[in-house]
Design a protein around this ligand. Structure first.
Ligand code: HMH
Length: 239
C-alpha cells in the first residue's frame, strides 16, 4: 500500500493525490447543479445573467491576483522553467476575457456598471487578496491559481461532452473555458504546480523540516473548491 502510494505520487504528482483525497468536494465544484443545468438545457436564464455579471466582477479582481502570482514567480521561481511566460499568457488572455464579458453582458442586457458583488463573490475576492499578500509563498499561490482555472475548465468542458443539451446561445460561454487550448494551459499550470509541490516535499525531507508549505498548498486547494461551490450556489440563487 505504502509503496504503491509513493509510486502513484511520482507518476501523477501531488495534485492527483489530493484530488483523489478530496474527490467529493472536487466533484461538487466541477459538476455543480448550475453546470448540470447548463448541460441539460434546463438552466434558468436569470441564473445565467447573475453568473455573468458576478463573474465579470470576479475576473477583474482575478486579473490582479494573476499579476500578483506573476510577481511571486518572478521572485521565487527559477527562470529556466519558464513559469513567468505561462502566467503572463494567462494574464493576456484575461484582457480578452474582460472584453468578452462586456460584449456578452450587452447581449444579455446585464448592466455591468451598476452590479455590486454578492457576498460569495466578495468572500472569494478577499481570499484572492490574501493569496497575493507577502506572507504567502509562490507554491501556495500557484496551487490556488491552477485550481481556479481547472474548475472552470472541467466544468464547462462537461457542458460540451457527448450527450450535452447545452442551449446554442450558451455554447460560446462553454467554449471559452472548455476548449482544448484552455485545457492545455491548465495542464501547463498543473505541471508547474506539481513541480513546486515536489520541491516543497523534497525540501521538507532534506532539511527534516515541517511540511508547512505542502499543508498550506493543500488548504488553499480546498478553499478554492469551497469558494467555487459557493460561487455557483450564488449564481443559482439569481439576482
Ligand atoms: C468564479 N472561477 C470563477 N470565475 C472564473 N472566471 C474562473 C474561476 C476561471 O477563470
Amino acid at each position: 500500500m505504502e509503496g504503491k502510494t509513493r509510486e502513484d505520487l511520482e507518476k501523477n504528482g501531488m495534485i492527483d493525490t489530493w484530488l483523489k483525497k478530496h474527490r467529493l468536494l472536487y466533484t461538487g465544484a466541477t459538476k455543480h447543479p448550475f453546470i448540470l443545468s447548463i448541460r441539460d438545457g434546463t438552466i434558468d436564464l436569470s441564473s445565467f445573467r447573475t453568473w455573468l455579471g458576478q463573474d465579470y466582477l470576479f475576473v477583474r479582481e482575478f486579473a490582479a491576483f494573476v499579476a500578483g502570482v506573476l510577481v511571486k514567480a518572478w521572485k521565487q521561481s527559477d527562470d529556466s522553467y519558464g513559469d513567468t511566460e505561462v502566467i503572463l499568457g494567462g494574464l493576456a488572455a484575461l484582457n480578452d476575457e474582460v472584453e468578452w464579458f462586456k460584449r456578452e453582458a450587452s447581449k444579455w442586457d446585464v448592466p455591468l456598471s451598476t452590479i455590486a458583488p454578492q457576498k460569495a463573490n466578495g468572500d472569494y475576492c478577499r481570499f484572492l487578496e490574501y493569496l497575493i499578500s507577502p506572507e504567502v509563498g509562490y507554491t501556495e499561490a500557484i496551487t490556488a491559481f491552477w485550481a481556479i482555472e481547472a474548475v472552470y475548465q472541467e466544468s464547462f468542458a462537461h457542458c460540451l461532452e457527448d450527450g450535452y443539451k447545452t442551449p446554442p446561445e450558451l455554447q460560446e460561454t462553454c467554449q471559452r473555458w472548455g476548449n482544448d487550448g484552455f485545457g492545455q494551459y491548465c495542464l501547463s499550470l498543473k505541471k508547474i504546480t506539481n513541480r513546486c509541490l515536489e520541491k516543497a516535499s523534497e525540501d521538507a525531507q532534506l532539511f527534516n523540516a515541517s511540511k508547512e508549505v505542502l499543508n498550506k498548498a493543500e488548504v488553499a486547494l480546498i478553499r478554492v473548491l469551497e469558494h467555487e461551490v459557493e460561487f455557483w450556489n450564488m449564481s443559482r440563487g439569481g439576482s
